[in-house]
Design a protein around this ligand. Sequence first.
Ligand code: KIV
Ligand code: NA
Length: 265
Amino acid sequence: VAPISVATLAAMKGRGEPIASLTCYDASFARLLDGVGVDMMLVGDSLGMVLQGHGTTVPVTMDDMVYHTAAVARARGRALVVADLPFLAYATPERALNNAARLMQEGGAQVVKLEGGAPMLETVRRLTEQGIPVCAHLGLLPQSVNRIGGYRFQGRDHASAEAIRHDALAMQDAGASLMVLECVPAALAAEISRTLSIPVIGIGAGPDCDGQVLVVYDMLGLNAGRAPSFSRDFLGSCGSIESAVRGYVEAVRSGAFPAEAETPY
Ligand code: KIV
Ligand code: NA
């Protein structure tokens, strides 16, 4: 099977085939996810919370990201490996270039992801000019939690929805190859997914995105009581991690996930 590239995901969007993505932080999960047909494995800085036990993603370092990205990339067969640039690792375009180089050269990532809209456009242009595929991340920006004051849905009022809509187009124009939309109303995510030509992967963004992503531990019920309202426990109802991940991929492909109950706004 041919390895997946950003072009493969764009072609899936063109065919209306939903993209199934999960976070992944180690080689054992990477082998399992890849084998079951997950299209994109995101080495998310959520590892600061679910692996390291921090309350936010802010403490995650470049060394942490390189270590986990390398573990995932070693076990990769077909799935696209996307790695997060952590807090302040892209505070200037130069830092972003150096740190993206680390994620790709030391870590083996194929795409780097960064949070933010208008202030990040120049950085996205610089990275894409150098041949680095960028996944933009709009809506709830967990690295900015200390400024926002909590993990809240974004884009619920007119001005904030307008800003996200505008940033989404600007990110595509700046050269972003993919986009994650986190915790925005379903109608806004649907509109952005329709408008953009690049694939839009939603988390807590309703069913009408080009794909879905969840934190793998949340969808295995490991964070029971702490998992967000837009997640689903796929393991509770079946016998193995492998069948849970298979169930997730099938539910994303068929449109059965997320359902109404997992679409808060
Ligand atoms: O770090 C992460 O897991 C993420 C996803 C929630 C999109 O950025
Ligand atoms: Na992240």
